[in-house]
Design a protein around this ligand. Structure first.
Ligand code: ZN
Length: 327
């Protein structure tokens, strides 16, 4: 199991809550229906009595004839029930619980070739919960596309003759389109530029949109996540370390903010490379934000890492003045 016991239990709890809710809703529909059409309650009561009698017959190995009769009566009753429902234009499945996952009925497990397997929905829930535990204090609500202020960027050319407003409009449109069309094959993005130019805001705006589509997103700042991984590593808490690393690799979209502001050590450089590389191999997109120049990135990490980065990312270069002072 690639997740900790805690994550597993929380996921099971959520799943069981889903199942209970589906069952309660079905009970409620049944009660409403029986109040409207009491004859269905009578049919149901008789069906239950027959079910119990058949069970008794089987246990006692009583005469087969009686089982046959009971089964026939049961089929007649079921047909009667279907007819009544059809006459009232009521869906035949009204009494069936509507589970979120049709594969496992929200139990988290499926039987396959005489073996019990963990259902995708439980795996997905575990990834989600592990992600929530990592993405603490995510300032999601404030960081939307709607709240991004393009008018803070200058319409005057900078020293390189580039107009920040135009550049940022392009970047903004790129990000809106990226979120709109996001899928498992989306490219990774390298957002580069000085602090306070909106890299975090736009990457969280992307997160906001894709989360609505059910995409699992983890947002972490480099200093926090690498000190966490380092602590777990050197305290020999390998299980925790594996847990953290797995969640980072497995989420649909990873946003790694402020790369280069962490304490750079041989441990972190290899960690950064492994993380990014594992995600590329798994075909999963990553958004990396940094205020380092490319040559600084090469110095801090390695030529190998930066080549991999450039080869697999769309690059967005943010320019302008720190907009936080304008705000
Ligand atoms: Zn399932």
């Amino acid at each position: 199991m690639p997740y900790s016991q805690e994550v597993y239990h929380l996921a099971k709890e959520r799943l069981s809550e889903r199942r209970q809710q589906a069952l309660r809703a079905a009970d409620y529909r049944r009660e409403q229906l029986y109040q409207e059409l009491p004859v269905l309650r009578d049919i149901n009561n008789e069906l239950m009595t027959i079910g119990a009698s058949i069970a008794k017959c089987v246990v006692k190995s009583d005469s087969r004839l009686s089982i046959k009769e009971l089964s026939e009566r049961s089929l007649t009753l079921q047909a009667e029930q279907d007819t009544i429902l059809a006459e009232h234009n009521i869906d035949k499945d009204i009494l069936e619980p509507r589970f979120t996952c049709e594969k496992c009925d929200d139990t988290g497990y499926i039987e396959k070739d005489n073996r019990t397997e963990v259902c995708d929905c439980l795996l997905r829930l575990m990834a989600e919960i592990a992600g929530e535990q990592l993405s603490t204090d995510l300032p999601l609500k404030e960081s939307t596309f709607a709240s991004f202020r393009l008018d803070y960027y200058s319409t005057e050319p900078d020293s390189n003759g580039k107009i920040p407003f135009n550049r940022m409009s392009n970047i903004y449109n790129y990000c809106v389109n990226y979120a709109d069309t996001f899928n498992e094959h989306s490219k990774s993005i390298l957002m580069r530029g000085s602090t306070g130019l909106g890299k975090t805001h736009l990457s969280l705006a992307i997160a906001n949109e894709v989360i609505k589509k059910g995409v699992s997103v983890i947002y972490v700042s480099a200093p926090e996540i690498f000190s966490k991984l380092e602590r777990e590593h050197f305290n020999y808490r390998y299980a925790d370390q594996e847990d953290t690393f797995n969640s980072l690799v497995k989420c649909d979209l990873l946003i790694l903010d402020d790369l280069g502001t962490e304490f750079v050590s041989p441990f972190t450089t290899s960690c950064v490379y492994n993380l990014f590389n594992s995600r590329i191999l798994a075909g999963k997109p990553t958004i990396i934000n940094t205020n380092m120049q490319l040559n600084e990135l090469i110095q801090a990490y390695s030529q190998r890492f930066v080549s991999r980065l450039i080869g697999s990312c769309d690059r967005l270069d943010f320019i302008g003045e720190d907009i936080r002072t304008e705000e």
